[in-house]
Design a protein around this ligand. Structure first.
Ligand code: MG
Length: 401
């Protein structure tokens, strides 16, 4: 009696699952427009794999990115403010999440692949060095004689080779379309080396709509969160921002709708209006472009001009905000001081490891002197801000510990 009852309990969920069925990749993406990237038509993975069940190829890519070690490192990498400067500033991780949120909103409205835009958005900064752009510029300078350093290419190197997660291959073995989206920029020289992935840079073709969305979402995210973080840090003031039309229009509208609010709440109410304006404009303008060019497939998207775009007036407003941030935040003396310190750390580490590669962890040492600089770059690029600072101390600071 007892046995039979436990059998009944076991069988019940199985019967329910069978009734629901396991949807095919096509069924999971049946709502997508013809110009979207469809999992079933992917140009595939570098190492062929059995298709996933109950999720699409691009969902699998997104999941692999979230489970990667490089993704967790983003929590301790600088966006503009170094991690220890304050707990509330954006890091590369929260930046990537904001990019994914914006990109998914746009993707859903355009009936393109949300899973692919999410995968690209979450992976787009995986190759960033510690200390943001200052770190990347310094490492690029160090690598000048050895092929340079570029964070887009490094993001690709992370997902293609550097992650050690799976038994069958190095890297995450992502789909072509995800890798294509991660590689936002690329020199012609590097493009020639990259085969199919580099072709579009040589032929002047576009990536998928999904990749184009992730690219613009990145700009929307950082322009807005850098305003927010700039104000929070006190490096920017609301008075200074009055010269930026995009800010001032929404700041005045927020004050008029909510005369009682002030401080952080008023700033946030303004920023959220700016983000909304940019997203809605991006969707509307892109829809018009889609109607005008009528691409009927991903291949037609690749052959068309860039379709994901702002209207001219909003593009001009966004560009003015970007110029303001460049002048007043990214070149602020306190940011420059941190950038200068970051440069010293990166150059110091690179030089010390180049002078004596035996100082490197064994997995980054090479018996081939020609390969050594790139391994040093991989090691440094993989560091979080605080790991780089610690490593610098371990190499250069003599204390009694
Ligand atoms: Mg970014």
């Amino acid at each position: 009696m007892t046995d039979r009852r436990s059998d009944d309990v076991k069988q019940q969920p199985a019967a329910d699952t069978a009734a629901l069925g396991v949807p095919s990749q096509e069924a999971l993406e049946a709502h997508l427009a013809p110009y979207a990237a469809h999992s079933a038509q992917s140009r595939g993975r570098r190492y062929p794999e059995t298709p996933p069940s109950a999720r699409t190829e691009f969902q699998r890519d997104r999941d692999r990115i979230v489970h990667s070690t490089a993704f967790r490192r983003l929590e301790y990498k600088t966006q503009v403010f170094v991690n220890h400067e304050g707990d509330l500033f954006r890091t590369r991780l929260t930046h990537s999440l904001e990019v994914a949120q914006i990109a998914r909103s746009v993707a859903r409205n355009l009936r393109v692949n949300e899973d692919l835009v999410e995968a690209i958005s979450l992976a787009h900064d995986l190759g960033h060095t510690p200390f943001g752009h200052a770190g990347q510029d310094a490492l690029n300078e160090c690598m000048r004689e050895h092929g340079g350093f570029e964070h887009n290419l490094q993001s690709l190197a992370v997902v293609d080779d550097l992650e050690e997660h799976y038994g069958a291959y190095n890297g995450l073995n992502l789909c072509f379309e995800t890798r294509e989206g991660i590689l936002k920029h690329c020199s012609r020289e590097n493009a020639r080396r990259l085969g199919a992935l580099g072709e579009r840079f040589l032929q002047g073709r576009q990536p998928s709509i999904e990749a184009q969305i992730a690219n613009v979402a990145d700009e929307i995210a950082y322009n807005n969160h850098d305003v927010d973080d700039g104000l929070r840090s006190g490096l920017l003031t609301v008075e200074q921002l009055a010269e930026v039309e995009l800010w001032q229009t929404h700041y005045e509208a927020a004050r008029s709708d909510f005369p009682q609010i002030e401080g952080r709440r008023l700033i946030h109410e303004t920023v959220r209006r700016i983000i909304n304006t940019l997203i809605v404009d991006l969707i509307d303008t892109t829809k018009l472009n889609l109607v005008r060019h009528a691409p009927d497939s991903l291949e037609a998207v690749r052959a068309a001009p860039a379709l994901v775009a702002h209207s001219e007036p909003v593009a001009a407003q966004a560009a003015a905000l970007k110029r303001f941030l460049f002048k007043n935040l990214y070149r602020h003396y306190r940011v420059m001081r941190m950038a200068n310190k970051a440069r010293r750390v990166v150059v110091g580490l690179f030089d010390a490891f180049s002078d004596d590669p035996r100082l490197l962890p064994p997995s980054y040492q090479s018996t081939d002197a020609a390969l050594q600089p790139r391994l040093i770059a991989h090691y440094i690029a993989g560091m979080t801000d605080r790991y780089a600072l610690k490593e610098y101390q371990r190499l250069f600071v003599i204390d009694d510990n």
